[in-house]
Each structure stands twice: as structure tokens, then as C-alpha cells.
Design a protein around this ligand. Structure first.
Ligand code: PLP
Length: 452
């Protein structure tokens, strides 16, 4: 099986998304209904998503064709560049070869438009007028706002309050694209009001914002919900990243020994790594795959692999994933996109299958890595992407220690030019490391739903 040669067209962009479900030795555990705990079917998800996306969610077909209209929009920034980080290699004095795939060239500045565009497209196709969503740092909200503007869809975004206040430029970008942005928890929904009644000063979390968005989405026939990570169809759309990287490395006559990506909900990581993991599962090429998460929100390295809700109020289906508990509210570290309590079920499943290693890094180390990278390569990474940079640097330094040359590829999933406050604070010595609180996690895990 050689997916790349037949998937890539003359414009060097994939013609299909790669679905890793086709190559798994065992399927991931079923998704369960929140009330009955029975496996959900497509009809259960219909109030939330257009049917085309639901069918992708459950598909086991290896290649799913990218619609022409989506491909023509992708062409604005795809294929994204793959760089060899020669100056970073020199700065680290490492025998390793370091490559990075740069997703910051998209209009919204990250990998997220790769899924925002097809999600908006399929909603439009099925007559949806309005999409409701949540956003943490604002990367997903601005990507969906961009896609909504392209397809003439109304976009409503519940933005985690701490980011709403910390990141006014992301909010302004969403509003520029025409979206309405509401700080979450808000008084507009029952879930928001319940949180505020219990804790009027709540700074919000992704789990809370998801509850608000889902609640609003199910109220109106012409409105659907959209998620920027975690779900199978989101990871699927991101595989354009890894497929392009495979082809670009082939042109360079190289193949990675180690893949590195940062993990919030798992989508940019999956986008880069799944095509390579697929090749490994099919017995074609070996590769080591490393997920890097924040020490303050360590779902893969310190969470429990169990059934949990995707949101705080418990309205979403139950999925089996590595989780810190759906009521866990992480501390206010700056990589807002990595502050989710759970991990994509497909990434979790591959960790359980031994295909993915996970590690965590502290905030200060990630910003130090970001500065080293920026001073060598010129591009300023998003605070989330700094986790991948730190992971890649650690692997390169290990090569130096062991005196071996390995090829490292990481996903530089977004730029940080709208995150300058975080860099300013870091350089002024105002940022600190957050200890992950085992007491808080124990409390949140105690609230897990019991599934027989
Ligand atoms: C949203 C975001 C993330 C985290 O989400 P994943 O689904 O884990 O990719 C990471 N980096 C950037 C730049 C983001 O915008």
C-alpha cells in the first residue's frame, strides 16, 4: 500500500484525507449515549453535526475524497512549507536533522482552518445557517469565523473568559471575520448560569464553553455545533499535514526516525503523525512518535484512560479517552489551546496500542525553546507550538549526547504573533511553572461517570 503516491495530485496537495481507522489492528471502544450508556448511532449525533461529518466520524474507509471546493480553498495556503531547521541544528550543535512543517501560513495562523473549511462546507451543503462553537485561546474560533465568512454562515463563539480578557486581538480577529463572540461562562445559557451561580468569578474552561455551545446548537433546527479538535473527523481533515510532509520528505530523500507534536485535543499531532503511523501499522516503515503536553494539563501522562464526557455539564456522548476528569479546570498557563481535560479517543487508543509515547513539559521550558527557535529560524511559534519545539529540541539534544544522527520532524502548528503578551511576560520574568495539582485531579476523577 502506497497511500502517498496515489493520494497526491499534480499540485502536490492530497486529494483525499487519510483515515487511520482503516489500518488499526483493533477498533477504538464505542462512543456511548450520555443517558443510556448504549453505543450511539449516526441519528443520535444528527442534532449536532451534518450527516456528511457524522459518516466521516464512523468511517473505516482508508481514503476519503476532499471535495473540489474545499481543495480550491486549501490551495490558498497549501501545501504548507516543510523546512529543514539547519540554523537551529547548528545552534544546538546536534548531529540530528530537524525538519518542521509550518502550519502558521494559513489565514488564521494555525492548522485549524484545515478542518474549519470542510466543516463549514458540509454544514452549508446541508442547509445549515448558523454554527455555534467554543474557543480556548481563540485559534479555533478565528478559523471557524474565517470559514464561516467564506460560506456565508453565521458563527457564534463561546470564548473561555480567561482568554477573552487575555487575548483581545484574537477576539477582534473573529469579529473582523463577522462572528459574534461571547465570554464563557455567560448568562446566555443554563449551563453558563449554573457555573456562575456556583462560582461567580469562574474564568471558564473549554469544557464549560463546549456545554454552552452544545446547549445553544440543539435548540434550533438551522443551527449546528462544531468542534475544532478531538473528534475523528477533525483528526481526519488534519491528515493533509502529514501526507504533504511524507511527499515533501520523499522529495528531499529523507524519512523521519522521530515525529514530535504538541497535544491539546490531539488534532495537529494526529494530522502530522497518522499518515506515518499508518505506514508503520501496515508494516512499511518504522517511526517513533512523541506527543508533548503541558505539565499543568497532562491528560496523556497523568490522566486515566476511561469513559468521560467531552464537556463539563455532561451533555456530550461518553468517549473512552485519557482524561483528567470533565470538571477539571487547568491553571491559567499561556498555551490556551492545550487546556483541555481530555484527549482525542483515537490518539488515546493509539497510546494504548503502544504506537505513541507521551511526555510533558513545564511552561518556562516551552518559552525558552520558543526563543531559541525564533532566534535561529526567525518564526515566532504559538505558545502551544512551543511544546513541540521543546520536544524536538530535547530529542535533538539526546542525539548529541548519544552521538547519533536521527531525523526529527515536528509540527510547527501555528505562529505566535497574536500572543506577544505571553512573550512579553515571559521575557519580563512574570511567567511561572504550574504544578499540576494531584488533589484537584483526584477530585475531578472522582466525578467520572460510571460505565459498566
Ligand atoms: C488549537 C491549537 C492547538 C491544540 O489543539 P490540537 O487539537 O491538540 O492540535 C495546538 N496548537 C495550536 C497553534 C492551536 O491553535
Amino acid at each position: 500500500m502506497e497511500p502517498i503516491k496515489y493520494l497526491l495530485s499534480e499540485d502536490r496537495m492530497p486529494t483525499s484525507w487519510y483515515n487511520i481507522a482503516a489500518d488499526l489492528p483493533t477498533p477504538p471502544p464505542a462512543v456511548l449515549h450520555p443517558a443510556t450508556h448504549q453505543p450511539v448511532g449516526p441519528a443520535d449525533l444528527a442534532p449536532l453535526f451534518p450527516m456528511a461529518l457524522i459518516m466521516q466520524e464512523v468511517s473505516t474507509e482508508r481514503a476519503i475524497e476532499i471535495p473540489d471546493e474545499v481543495r480550491s480553498i486549501y490551495q490558498q495556503w497549501r501545501p504548507t512549507p516543510l523546512y529543514r531547521a539547519r540554523r537551529l541544528e547548528r545552534a544546538l550543535d546536534t548531529p540530528a536533522k530537524i525538519y518542521y512543517k509550518y502550519e502558521g501560513v494559513s489565514p488564521a495562523g494555525s492548522h485549524k482552518p484545515n478542518t474549519a473549511v470542510p466543516q463549514a462546507y458540509y454544514n452549508k451543503q446541508e442547509g445549515v445557517k448558523r454554527i455555534v462553537t467554543e474557543t480556548g485561546a481563540g485559534q479555533w474560533g478565528s478559523s471557524l469565523a474565517f470559514a464561516g465568512a467564506l460560506f456565508g454562515l453565521e458563527i457564534l463563539v463561546y470564548m473561555v473568559k480567561v482568554s477573552y480578557n487575555q487575548k483581545p486581538y484574537r477576539r477582534a480577529l473573529m469579529e473582523t471575520y463577522g462572528a459574534r463572540v461571547v465570554a464563557s461562562p455567560s448568562t446566555e445559557t443554563a449551563s453558563g448560569r449554573a457555573i456562575l451561580a456556583a462560582n461567580p468569578d469562574s474564568t471558564g474552561s473549554l469544557g464549560i464553553a463546549i456545554s454552552e455551545a452544545v446547549e445553544v446548537a440543539v435548540q434550533r433546527e438551522d443551527t449546528k455545533y462544531a468542534l475544532g479538535s478531538v473528534l475523528n473527523h477533525v483528526l481526519l481533515h488534519q491528515t493533509v499535514v502529514g501526507q504533504e510532509a511524507l511527499a515533501q520528505l520523499e522529495m528531499a530523500g529523507d524519512y523521519p526516525d522521530i515525529l514530535v507534536g504538541c497535544t491539546g485535543g490531539g488534532s495537529n499531532f494526529a494530522g502530522l503523525t497518522f499518515p506515518f503511523i499508518g505506514a508503520k501499522l501496515r508494516g512499511e516503515r518504522d517511526v517513533r512518535v512523541v506527543a508533548v503536553e503541558p505539565a499543568a494539563c497532562p491528560s496523556l501522562t497523568k490522566g486515566k484512560y476511561t469513559y468521560d464526557f467531552g464537556d463539563t455539564a455532561g451533555m456530550t456522548p461518553l468517549v473512552k479517552m485519557h482524561t483528567l476528569g470533565h470538571t477539571f479546570v487547568p491553571s491559567g498557563f499561556h498555551a490556551g489551546g492545550l487546556r483541555y481535560h481530555g484527549m482525542a479517543p483515537m490518539v488515546s487508543h493509539l497510546v494504548e496500542l503502544g504506537q505513541i509515547e507521551a511526555t510533558n513539559v513545564q511552561q518556562l521550558e516551552t518559552f525558552a525553546a520558543g526563543l531559541t527557535f525564533a532566534r535561529a529560524e526567525g518564526i515566532l511559534p504559538a505558545p502551544e507550538a512551543n511544546h513541540a519545539v521543546a520536544g524536538a529540541i530535547n530529542e535533538a539534544l539526546r542525539c548529541k549526547e548519544e552521538g547519533v544522527s536521527r531525523t526529527i520532524l515536528f509540527n510547527l502548528c501555528g505562529h505566535g504573533y497574536l500572543d506577544m503578551q505571553a512573550y512579553t511576560d515571559y521575557m519580563a520574568g512574570k511567567l511561572k511553572d504550574f504544578e499540576y495539582s494531584s488533589e484537584e485531579v483526584a477530585m475531578a476523577l472522582a466525578g467520572l461517570p460510571s460505565v459498566g
